[in-house]
Design a protein around this ligand. Structure first.
Ligand SMILES: [Zn+2]
Length: 93
């Protein structure tokens, strides 16, 4: 019964391919979420974020962004950003 075996093999291949395809397609689309839990919706961009250095609240769309280890930090100025970077680098070692 060679043709029957081939049919089974073909079905298994098909199922395997379907599962693989579903697995690949179901990969979650990457959305940028921050600690406020809001996505990249333009209407939600203008939320206040806290500068971790001087603790000033700044509108997120005007803040200076720094990405470290999948976390985005927001700063009121380059000085704060640099200060944080230095501090972070020291702390990481
Ligand atoms: Zn600052």
């Amino acid at each position: 019964m060679i043709p029957f075996r081939l049919l089974i093999l073909a079905i298994l291949c098909y199922i395997g391919w379907r599962i693989l395809r579903r697995f690949v397609l179901s990969k979650p689309t990457e959305t940028v979420l921050d600690d406020t839990g809001q996505g990249p919706d333009p209407e939600l961009q203008d939320v206040l974020v806290e500068d971790p250095v001087c603790h000033t609240l700044i509108p997120r769309n005007q803040a200076i962004r720094l990405r470290k280890n999948d976390t985005t930090y927001y700063f009121c100025s380059d000085e704060c950003c640099d200060q944080f970077s230095e501090h972070y680098e020291k702390g990481a070692q």
